[in-house]
Write a protein of this length. Structure first.
Length: 95
């Protein structure tokens, strides 16, 4: 039991360091995907697929398409993982 708690705390610590180091703590991942905080896993996946096609740098000539595509991928990576999403919801930016 202690090992599970320790592993969870370590995982949260590493994730928070990664978020703070990349500036991700100041980003609203739900807003990037155009979702509310009550979005289901299916909603998150659908929004990711739709937006990643729309902003893929090979399909979108806009100068910021690459940055948007990267932000969409990061948002999906965090929100699609249950533990990362819980941690983000606890300490992430509000709507």
């Amino acid at each position: 039991m202690f090992n599970v708690v320790r592993q969870s705390l370590l995982c949260c610590l590493i994730f928070s360091v990664l978020l703070c180091g990349s500036g991700a703590a100041n980003r609203d991942f739900y807003g990037i995907l155009g979702l509310s905080r009550r979005a289901s896993n299916s909603d998150i996946k659908q929004a990711y697929r739709r937006l990643s096609l729309q902003f893929h740098p090979d399909k979108n000539p806009a100068p910021d398409a690459s940055d948007r595509f990267s932000d969409i991928g990061t948002a999906y990576e965090v929100l699609s993982d249950a533990q990362q999403r819980r941690f983000y919801d606890y300490g992430g930016e509000g709507e």
